[in-house]
Design a protein around this ligand. Structure first.
Ligand code: AMP
Ligand code: MG
Length: 496
């Protein structure tokens, strides 16, 4: 028997979910990892969480983040939820390959979940093995951290370990576990699980908990549950608007993958668009394009309608009145989204004030981008270069086009209504339009080196570049340009 060195207190856990919501989870434990190895640790995030990074030595990190040792104060549990997957309702889902270790209060006073993903079977695994493989774990790590650096609400990646075990997929692959940090893991599907069982008390319980944790302002108002719904709408609409503004396609916007906190969660077949085309789909299983780029706002409304349904008995004791109130709120989702979207897009072209002509200006730019097959990310950087007197790159993207010339003229006229000089607008644009996004070929290159050649260098380098997405650095051109045009469109696969 191996004698374990005592480990000091690593986390100051305060597990409100375990304490308050007994019927919402099953206690469970991680499968043993034969030879865990810490391959990635997020120093900055650890500090933000109030942890002491130096305590996470390779040995301690491997033991803790593989789940081989349960840290003091943790109460590992698998949460239950349901969900609409590609439009079809599944009444019984849950953490089939994840364990919530517990919650910590971070240095800003925010409560954060610490979760292992890929830690083995739980009572909710159905036919799955509860495991994750290295490629998808590193993909989630990279994209989550990139989204964070872009300023988009997201779960974070604290650590990645390989388990020393081979996991059977299309071929045997190295097993791995991601340690994920989230504002919470409460999903629309968490509400649906109890609503589908007509358990109104439980729906009220999770709504009260969610209000206390995420939307305390909804506590002392006339109708807290309606206010809760509108607050979730605000957060999720703001989130999807941000996705749209950077060309991010989530790929599986099932209701079990949408948090009530409004953080992006469950990075599976997601990817960033290179060439702009509104109907872009990357996921191999999204055969009908349900979660295509341009459909994301409609799916936002559809998903929120599913949340609204669960809240009917809470919003008013008269069902008709409740349905009326919630229907109005659901019908308002599109407007809320469009307000966020228009604001985000305005900033992308240097506009800080509002003008009735802005919507047409932005939509016309997007049409021109689609017609000219421009790169979604680079166009906005090239537009700022244009303001600085360099029109070569933007003209390269659009070619010689009278309609684009006309658009440039309209845009410059519109900018004259803003305060400040063109240089100021260009600078402001470069602070919100990234130069470095996770380019698909670069992500694949980094994952392939790690999985097939045990080489983490390309991953580390890419992670580093993506942590400064707005600062153009000489010598990093390969990270800012799209990959070679392939014969077949880029495809992503579900990360199981
Ligand atoms: P996802 O589509 O990745 O969000 O997962 C949908 C559901 O399938 C969730 O309940 C997951 O916990 C479960 N699941 C996904 N992969 C596995 C796996 N390898 N083993 C067990 N459950 C899984
Ligand atoms: Mg999921």
């Amino acid at each position: 028997m191996q004698i374990q060195e005592p480990i000091g207190t690593l986390f100051s856990f305060d597990n409100s979910f375990a304490r308050c919501l007994q019927s919402f989870y099953v206690s469970s434990k991680a499968a043993a990892s034969p030879a865990p190895k810490l391959i990635q640790f997020n120093h900055n995030l650890a500090e933000e969480l109030g942890l002491e990074p130096s305590m996470f030595t390779p040995k301690v990190g491997s033991d803790i983040f593989s789940g081989n040792i349960i840290p003091e104060g943790a109460e590992p549990l698998a949460q239950v939820y349901a969900g609409h997957q590609f439009g079809g309702f599944n009444p019984q889902l849950g953490d089939g390959r994840a364990l919530l270790l517990g919650e910590v209060i971070d240095t800003l006073g925010l409560r954060r979940d610490i979760q292992l993903k890929g830690s083995g079977q739980t009572p909710f695994s159905r036919s799955g093995d509860g495991k994750a493989t290295l490629g998808p774990v590193l993909r989630e790590y990279l994209i989550a951290e990139s989204m964070h650096a872009l300023g988009i609400p997201t779960t974070r990646a604290l650590a990645a370990v390989t388990t020393g075990e081979e996991v059977n997929r299309e071929r045997p692959l190295p097993g791995a576990i991601l340690t994920r940090v989230a504002a919470s893991h409460i999903r629309i599907g968490t509400f649906q699980f109890f609503a589908a069982r007509d358990d109104t008390d439980k729906v009220r319980q999770i709504a009260d908990y969610s209000i206390a944790r995420h939307y305390p302002a909804a506590t002392n108002v006339d109708n807290p549950y309606l206010c809760f719904f509108k607050s979730v709408t605000e957060s999720q609409a703001a989130l999807i608007a941000r996705w749209m503004s950077v060309g991010f396609i989530h790929g599986v916007m099932n209701t079990d993958n949408m948090t009530v906190s409004g953080e992006t969660i469950d990075y599976g077949p997601c990817a960033f668009m290179d060439t702009y085309s509104a109907q872009t789909v990357f996921s191999s299983i999204d055969t009908h394009g349900r979660y295509a780029y341009a459909n994301q706002p409609s799916i936002l409304s559809w998903n929120l309608a599913r949340l609204a349904e669960t809240l009917i008995p809470l919003v008013n004791s008269d069902k008709g009145i409740a349905i009326g109130l919630l229907t109005d709120a659901v019908q308002d989702v599109r407007r809320v989204y469009e307000t966020h979207w228009l604001n985000a897009m305005r900033l992308k072209i240097g506009l800080r004030t509002k003008n009735p002509s802005d919507l047409d200006l932005i939509n016309d730019l997007l049409s021109l981008m689609e017609d000219s097959h421009t790169d979604f990310t680079l166009v906005f950087r090239h537009l700022s270069k244009f303001l600085l007197g360099d029109n070569s790159t933007v003209l390269q993207q659009f070619g010689l086009s009278a309609s684009f010339d006309d658009w440039l003229q309209r845009w410059q006229n519109r900018l004259k209504l803003e305060e400040g000089r063109p240089e100021t607008h260009a600078l402001a644009m470069d602070r919100i339009n990234p130069i470095y996004t996770p380019r698909n070929h670069k992500v694949e290159e980094a994952l392939s080196a790690a999985v097939n050649h045990n080489d983490m260098k390309p991953f580390s380098r890419l992670l580093e570049v993506l942590s400064h997405p707005f600062d153009e650095v000489e010598g990093q051109e390969e990270y800012s340009i799209p990959g070679p045009q392939l014969n077949a469109p880029y495809q992503t696969f579900c990360g199981t």
